[in-house]
Design a protein around this ligand. Structure first.
Ligand code: UDX
Length: 446
C-alpha cells in the first residue's frame, strides 16, 4: 500500500487494522517490520495520501477499492488441521465489508488463499449486504521479504484475476490502471479468478520445489565427492533451468512456502487427487529432512552428544535482511539440539529475544521455563561464540562474513567446529585458522 501511495499521489490510501499498537508504529520511524528502503517510501507518502487508522468502518465506507490483506495461517484445529488455510480472518473481513458498505466496491484478495475462496467472499458479500454491488478480484503478492520494496517497484509481473463478466472485466481494468502508474502494461497479467488464485500457490510450490531439489542433491554430494555449489552452477547455466533459487541451505522457511504447499496438498486431496497431493507433499518432507539432517550432523560430529555443550547459533531469521522468523530453520534446528540437552546461544542482528522464545514455545516440545533456561540470546556474536564447542550458521546475514574469525577461534573450546548451513563463509580460510568446518553439500571437505 505504501508503494501504491508513493506511485499514485492522486489516490488516497487508508491502511486500517484492529491492532492499535501496530497502527501507531506505522506513524513513527520505527516501523513494525524491518524491510530495507520501506521507511523512505512510507515517509514520502505518509500524511500526503497514505494514512493509518484503526477506524475500519470509516476506511470501508470511504473506499472504492478494498484490499483484504489479513493473515491466512495454516489451520491449527478441526477439519484440515495442519494443512488447510484458516480463512477465519478473511471471512470476518468480508462480513464487515458487507455490513458497512453503502456504495459499490471492488474487493481485492491480497492474502494468499486457496483456490475458489474469491467465490466464498463474493457469496458472503452478496448475501449479507444491503443491495450494494461487489466485484471480487484476486491480486496475489509475489514480493519476497528483505527485497520487498525493489520487488514491488520492479515486479516480474503483476497478476490480476477476475470474473469474466462485464463488471468483472471493468474491475480488472480499474486495478490495472493503478499498477500501470509504474508497471509496464505488458507485465500486468489478467486472468480468470481461479487461475490467479491457483497461480500464487503454484509459483510458491515451484520455488520451494527447486530448493528441496537442490537440497536433496546436497545430501548426495556430501555422501560422494561432489560440491553442491558447483552442481548448482553447472545446471543453472542451462537457460531452461536458470540460476536462481538453487542455493542449497539448511532448509527453506518463511510464511509462504510451507503454508501454500500444505494448502495445495489439501486442495488436491479434496478434489480426489492423492497422487498429486503426495507429489507436492514430498517437497515439505525433503525440507524437514534437511533441517533434521543438519542438526543430526552437529550431534554426530560432536562425538554423538551435545549434552551440556555450548552451541552458538548465528542467525534466527528465515533469511537475511528481515526480522521475520516464521518457519525459520533455526527454530527446528535448535529444537533438535535442545532435545539433546545442548546449551544453545543465539545471535541475530534483527530478531528480538522474545520472538525466539515465542517461536520455540509454539512448538510445545518443552515448557517456556525450560526453553528460557536452555536457550540464551546474545546481543553480539562474539559473546555467543565464546567457549562454544561449535558454531552453526543458520541465516546468511552479510555481517557474518566479516566477523573476526581468528578472535572467535581463539575464544572457543577445541576442537572448534563450524557448521555452515548457508555456505557463506570462506571455508579454506577458516580451516587455515584451525576450525573443523562442515558445509552443506560439500563432499570433498577435510
Ligand atoms: C516467497 C516468494 O519468493 C514470494 O514470491 C512470495 O510472495 C512469498 O514467499 P519469501 O518467503 O519472503 O518469499 O522469501 P524467499 O526469498 O522466497 O525465501 C524463502 C526461503 O527459501 C528462505 O528461507 C530462503 O533462505 C530459502 N532459500 C531461497 C533457499 O534456501 N535457497 C534459495 O536458493 C532461495
Amino acid at each position: 500500500m505504501a508503494v501504491i501511495a508513493q506511485k499514485c499521489p492522486e489516490i488516497k490510501v487508508n491502511v486500517v487494522d484492529i491492532n492499535p499498537e501496530r497502527i501507531a508504529a506505522w506513524e513513527t520511524d520505527e516501523l513494525p517490520i524491518y524491510e530495507p528502503g520501506l521507511l523512505e517510501v512510507v515517509k514520502e507518502a505518509r500524511g500526503r495520501n497514505l494514512f493509518f487508522s484503526t477506524d475500519i468502518e470509516k476506511g470501508i465506507s470511504e473506499a472504492d477499492m478494498i484490499f483484504i490483506s489479513v493473515n491466512t495461517p495454516t489451520k491449527t484445529y478441526g477439519m484440515g488441521k495442519g494443512r488447510a488455510a484458516d480463512l477465519k480472518y478473511v471471512e470476518l473481513s468480508a462480513r464487515q465489508i458487507a455490513r458497512v458498505a453503502k456504495t459499490n466496491k471492488i474487493v481485492v484478495e491480497k492474502s494468499t488463499l486457496p483456490v475458489r475462496t474469491a467465490q466464498s467472499i463474493k457469496a458472503i458479500l452478496d448475501e449479507t449486504s444491503n443491495g450494494v454491488k461487489f466485484s471480487v478480484l484476486s491480486n496475489p503478492e509475489f514480493l519476497a521479504e528483505g527485497t520487498a520494496v525493489t520487488d514491488l517497484l520492479k515486479p516480474d509481473r503483476v497478476l490480476i484475476g477476475g470474473e469474466q463478466t462485464p463488471e468483472g472485466l471493468a474491475a480488472i481494468e480499474a486495478l490495472t490502471d493503478v499498477y500501470a502508474h509504474w508497471v509496464p502494461r505488458e507485465r500486468i497479467i489478467q486472468t480468470r479468478l481461479w487461475s490467479s488464485e491457483l497461480s500464487k500457490l503454484t509459483a510458491n510450490a515451484f520455488l520451494a520445489q527447486r530448493i528441496s531439489s537442490i537440497n536433496s542433491i546436497s545430501a548426495l554430494c556430501e555422501a560422494t565427492d561432489a560440491d553442491v555449489d558447483e552442481v548448482a552452477h553447472a545446471i543453472g547455466t542451462d537457460s531452461r533451468i536458470g540460476p536462481k533459487f538453487l542455493k542449497s541451505s539448511v532448509g527453506f522457511g518463511g510464511s509462504c512456502f510451507q503454508k501454500d504447499i500444505l494448502n495445495l496438498v489439501y486442495l488436491c486431496e479434496h478434489f480426489g487427487l492423492p497422487e498429486v497431493a503426495a507429489y507436492w507433499d514430498q517437497v515439505i518432507k525433503m525440507n524437514d529432512y534437511q533441517k533434521r539432517r543438519f542438526a543430526q550432523k552437529i550431534i554426530h560430529t560432536l562425538f554423538n552428544t551435545v549434552s551440556d555443550k555450548k552451541i552458538a547459533m548465528l542467525g534466527w531469521a528465515f533469511k537475511k535482511d528481515t526480522n521475520d522468523t516464521r518457519e525459520s530453520a533455526a527454530i527446528y534446528v535448535s529444537d533438535h539440539l535442545l532435545n539433546d540437552h545442548a546449551s544453545v546461544h543465539v545471535y541475530d542482528p534483527q530478531v528480538p529475544a522474545k520472538s525466539m522464545y515465542a517461536d520455540l514455545n509454539y512448538l510445545e516440545t518443552r515448557s517456556p521455563e525450560e526453553n528460557r533456561a536452555m536457550l540464551t540470546v546474545n546481543t553480539n556474536p562474539y559473546d555467543a561464540c565464546k567457549d562454544a564447542h561449535a558454531i552453526a550458521i543458520i541465516t546468511e546475514w552479510d555481517e557474518f562474513k566479516t566477523l573476526d574469525w581468528k578472535r572467535i577461534f581463539g575464544s572457543m573450546k577445541k576442537p572448534a567446529f563450524l557448521f555452515d548451513g548457508r555456505n557463506i563463509l570462506n571455508h579454506e580460510e577458516l580451516r587455515k585458522i584451525g576450525f573443523k568446518v562442515y558445509a552443506i553439500g560439500k563432499g570433498h571437505q577435510g
